[in-house]
Design a protein around this ligand. Structure first.
Ligand code: PMP
Length: 299
C-alpha cells in the first residue's frame, strides 16, 4: 500500500493525518456521500507541478452538482483550491511525485437519506504516486458486474459510495488472477476499468467508448484524445463491442493512478502492443511529467 504523507488538509486547516477523522454518524460514512478526485503532482527542483488541476477542480464541482452538494461551488473558488493544494504540498515537503486525493464530504450527523443544504467539509491528503496496474502490461478480465448506469448511480459523478461497484468488479478480477476488470454497460458495450478508461486501435484508428456510455469522463482520457489529435492519429468515440477488444491491434488503459499502460491480455486472449500505444505513451509522459508541459500548473 502506498505511503500516506503526515499532513492532511481537513476542516479549514492542515493537521496531522491521523487526526483527520469523520464521525461514524456522518452521511459520508453512512451513505458514501463524498465526492472526490485524485490528481498527479510532479516534484522537480523543489517545485510542484499539478496535472490539469483546473479540470480536477471542475469535475469535483460537477460531481457535487449531480449529487446535490450545493456548498462546494459556494465555498470553494479555484483560487482558494489552488492555494490550499500548494500549502498542503509544502507542509508535506514531498520529494517524490505524489497523488493528492481531495474529497468533499457531507459531515452532517444522521440527516437521513438526502444531500441538499447540509454541511460539508473538504479533505486533501498526499500519497506516493504508485500505479494501480503493472506498468509493463495489464491483464484484464471482463467483469460479471456491470457499470452502474446514469439512471441508477451516475458513473459521470465521482462519488465515494459508487465505488462499491468498482470494488466488486476489481476484487473479482484479482480473485481470478487478473490485474483489473473490464466493465460492460447495461447493454453489453465496453465501458471502462475499475478506475481507468480504455482505448483500442483498429486499422490505425484510436477508439474509446463515448461519454454517453456509462464511464467516468476521465481527465487522462481527454488528454489522450487531445494528444492523438496533435500526433495526427485518427480517433473516434463510439460504442465498442467486447469482441472488438479481442481482435484489436492494440489496447491500452489510462487514468491518474493507471498512467498510460498497455494491455497484454483480456479474458485469456493475448493482446499485442504496438506503435500507436508507444507514441501516445511517450507524449503522455511528457505532458504529465515535464515542468514545461502546457497541462501542468505550477503550485
Ligand atoms: N474511470 C474511473 C471509474 C475512475 O475512477 C478513474 C480514476 N479517476 C478513471 C476512469 C480515470 O479518470 P482520470 O483520468 O480523471 O483519473
Amino acid at each position: 500500500m502506498a505511503t500516506i504523507y503526515p499532513k492532511t488538509y481537513y476542516n479549514d486547516s492542515i493537521i496531522n493525518t491521523e487526526d483527520a477523522n469523520l464521525s461514524v454518524a456522518s452521511s459520508a460514512i453512512l451513505y458514501g456521500l463524498s465526492v472526490y478526485t485524485v490528481f498527479h503532482v510532479t516534484v522537480s527542483e523543489g517545485k510542484y507541478y499539478a496535472f490539469r488541476l483546473k479540470d480536477h477542480y471542475r469535475r469535483l464541482q460537477n460531481s457535487s452538482r449531480i449529487i446535490g452538494i450545493d456548498t462546494f461551488a459556494v465555498e470553494w473558488s479555484f483560487k482558494k483550491f489552488q492555494k490550499i493544494m500548494n500549502e498542503l504540498l509544502v507542509a508535506n515537503a514531498s520529494k517524490k511525485d505524489v497523488f493528492v486525493r481531495v474529497s468533499f464530504h457531507i459531515d452532517a450527523l444522521l440527516p437521513g437519506t438526502r444531500s441538499r443544504g447540509l454541511p460539508a467539509v473538504l479533505s486533501a491528503f498526499v500519497y506516493d504516486a504508485e500505479p494501480i496496474v503493472p506498468q509493463d502490461g495489464a491483464r484484464l478480465k471482463t467483469s460479471v458486474w456491470r457499470r452502474t448506469p446514469d439512471y441508477s448511480i451516475p458513473s459521470r459523478a465521482k462519488v465515494n459510495g459508487a465505488y462499491v461497484n468498482s470494488v466488486l468488479a476489481r476484487q473479482d478480477a484479482i480473485d481470478s488472477g487478473y490485474d483489473d476488470c473490464i466493465f460492460l454497460d447495461n447493454l453489453g458495450h465496453v465501458a471502462e476499468l475499475s478506475a481507468a478508461n480504455i482505448f483500442l486501435v483498429r486499422d490505425g484508428v484510436l477508439l474509446t467508448p463515448g461519454a454517453n456510455i456509462d464511464i467516468l469522463e476521465g481527465i487522462n482520457r481527454r488528454t489522450v484524445l487531445e494528444l492523438a489529435e496533435k500526433l495526427d492519429i485518427p480517433t473516434a468515440e463510439r460504442s465498442i463491442d467486447l469482441t472488438e477488444l479481442y481482435i484489436a491491434d492494440e489496447v491500452f488503459v489510462c487514468g491518474t493512478s493507471a498512467f498510460l499502460t498497455p494491455v497484454i491480455a483480456i479474458d485469456n486472449r493475448t493482446i499485442s502492443t504496438g506503435s500507436i500505444t508507444n507514441k501516445l505513451r511517450k507524449a503522455y509522459q511528457d505532458a504529465l511529467l515535464k515542468p514545461s508541459s502546457p497541462y501542468v500548473t505550477k503550485l
